[in-house]
Design a protein around this ligand. Structure first.
Ligand code: IPD
Ligand code: CA
Ligand code: CA
Length: 301
């Protein structure tokens, strides 16, 4: 594929403020090319890591993260040299407040990866005017490619996907995660995890936020919540989930903000119930001084 710079300069679409479906499809294909190429890099390093560093306690980075990111950047810069990029390991390049901003997690699930636990992905999202509108998530361990673009639907390996129809908490399977600062804050998600584990068929912790969102999108899981996340963890998964019919908000049901790092993402049918339980726990949380009695209180059905 040729660089798109000329395409834009010559095209009618440049006169329009809205990105056309045709452009979205092109961006989606570029995201796909980058995700598959970076996924191959991750496969090549798996089990052969020489360097594992800690960015902060428990937050790992490996040579695979860096090599994967370099691959994604090469693909994006080749096709879209004028687009801004926010990548986890190398930071921001270009106008972070501009029309097009790519949010890249070159290896989402680094801890899993370092242990050769297979839940990890490459996650590539495009924000257009601050809103996630294109996303590709590739999981090399089972070769699944989740894709979505605003108005174009969501797929897994090119088949359309949709969220589950589960409408009762007692029949649901959820997923969550625990942020790297969990030892430094009371807002560590332990109480929320206990409460929802008690009320559902289970709450999984996969260790890859993008995989969590993709699995809610395709109906394997019914809902996901987590805090302490970054735009690169979420951007791709949000558009895939929304295009699959899911709902994304803050914990309390108010509009989602990417800069909050806190997300509730569900099949829609369970949104109100999960939001209610999270809010209940959070209202009680500040008053709780003794962790054991707190858990007992929360587990009363
Ligand atoms: C992490 C994973 C994990 C989530 C963490 C993220 P990383 O990303 O998505 O599931 O719980 O909050 O930071 O560090 O493996 O790219
Ligand atoms: Ca991540
Ligand atoms: Ca990462």
């Amino acid at each position: 594929m040729q660089p798109l710079t000329n395409y834009y300069l010559n095209s009618y679409e440049i006169l329009m403020t809205e990105t056309s479906p045709k452009e979205l499809q092109i961006f989606l294909d570029i995201a796909t090319e980058a995700a598959l190429a970076a996924g191959a890099v991750l496969e090549s390093y798996l089990g052969n890591l020489e360097a594992i560093e800690e960015k902060r306690p428990g937050d790992l980075v490996t040579e695979a993260d860096k090599a994967s990111e370099a691959t994604v950047l090469e693909v994006l810069n080749r096709h879209l040299p004028n687009h801004a990029i926010l990548a986890e390991e190398s930071g921001g390049v270009g106008d972070m407040g501009g029309q097009y901003l790519w949010a890249i997690d070159p290896l989402d699930g680094t801890t899993n990866y370092a242990h050769q636990y297979p839940f990890f992905s490459v996650s590539i999202g495009l924000l257009i005017d601050g809103v996630p509108q294109v996303g590709a998530i590739f999981t090399p361990f089972n070769r699944e490619l989740f894709r979505g673009a605003k108005g174009l639907g969501a797929t897994c390996n090119r088949r359309a996907i949709a969220v589950s129809q589960t409408s009762e908490l007692s029949k649901s399977l959820l997923v969550t995660g625990f942020a790297y600062d969990r030892r430094q804050t009371d807002d560590n998600n332990y109480a929320e995890f206990a409460r929802l584990t008690h009320l559902t068929q289970g709450v999984r912790r996969s260790g890859s936020a993008s995989v969590d969102l993709a699995y809610v999108a395709c109906g394997r899981l019914d809902g996901y919540w987590e805090r302490g996340l970054s735009p690169w963890d979420l951007a791709a998964g949000i558009v895939i989930l929304e295009e699959a019919g899911g709902q994304v908000t803050a914990y309390d049901g108010s509009p989602f903000r990417l800069d909050s790092g806190r997300i509730l993402a569900t099949n829609g049918k369970l949104h109100h119930s999960i939001s209610g339980e999270l809010e209940l726990v959070r209202q009680q949380h500040p008053a709780l001084s003794d962790r054991d009695s707190a858990f007992k209180k929360l587990l009363v059905s």
